[in-house]
Design a protein around this ligand. Structure first.
Ligand code: BTN
Length: 248
């Protein structure tokens, strides 16, 4: 049993005008014991939005979806933590797909449309010993922003061609998270399968960088149980963790 019984995401949603980071806000509520399982925190603006690897997450005020979902867990060992990360990726994948888009999951958990990033995920877990007690799932989904400071970023409105209603999109996202909850318990193979089937650059010759290997050409062949990316290069398969590999 990984999930608390009767978990339902989004029964309580807290809307904030402005916050440092929705993940920080959720963490504070966790420490104060003031958060419910499945609660969603949404903000219009983050002053210190955080991305992966210590990056900053910029988002124009009122344009996008900036949320953190709080999920309580039961007996999920640290060994299985990639299950949560894959569950999150495939849930957002399903939501984007239902909007008529063709998303890809870039390992470990970015969502891309036509090679451009539309959504970033920052998962922060709370532990007791070797178990994950709960998870704060931070999601930044670009909805109506059309100008970005960096290249290779896109949004729903750029891809669909019209302004989108953020609240409807939030509803679609939450539904998708709830629909896939069951698979965490009953069929994690399904989660692995959907994740792998939609992995960006799977089985394609691609350019990477690794400190030891330098620039190299390889082919992504899969993701192992620990969530490491498997890349075949020069006749052998090497597994990389997030810090060890850059896509070029
Ligand atoms: C990444 O791709 O680098 C992850 C970006 C995660 C951004 C979201 S926005 C809501 C939540 N609060 C944060 O400070 N970060 C996440």
């Amino acid at each position: 049993m990984y999930m608390k019984k009767n978990t339902k995401i989004g029964s309580k949603i807290t809307f904030l005008d402005s916050v440092d980071s929705t993940n920080n806000y959720a963490a504070k509520l966790v420490n104060e014991n003031k958060i419910e399982n499945g609660q969603v925190i949404m903000a219009d603006f983050q002053g210190e939005g955080r991305g992966q690897r210590g990056a900053t997450w910029h988002s124009e005020r009122g344009m996008n979806i900036l949320i953190s979902i709080f999920l309580e867990l039961d007996n999920l060992s640290v060994k299985n933590q990639t299950l949560i990360s894959k569950y999150v990726a495939i849930s957002i994948y399903d939501a984007l797909k239902s909007l008529g888009l063709q998303p890809k999951i870039k390992w470990p958990n970015d969502l891309l449309i036509n090679g451009k990033k539309i959504c970033g995920i920052l998962i922060e877990n709370q532990f007791t010993g070797h178990q994950i007690k709960s998870s704060i799932i931070g999601i930044g989904l670009n909805v109506n922003q059309v100008v970005f400071e960096i290249d290779k970023i896109t949004s729903l409105s750029l891809e669909i061609g019209t302004k989108q209603d953020r609240m409807s999109i939030l509803g679609i996202l939450i539904n998708s998270f709830n629909k896939n909850l069951d698979y965490i318990e009953k069929n994690s193979d399904y989660i692995d399968e959907i994740y792998l089937r939609n992995l960006y650059l799977l089985e394609e010759r691609s350019n990477f960088y690794n400190e030891k290997l330098g620039d190299f050409v390889g082919v992504i062949t899969g993701v192992d149980h620990d969530g490491k990316l498997l890349v075949s290069t020069e006749g052998r398969i090497i597994s990389f963790d997030v810090k060890e590999l850059k896509f070029c």
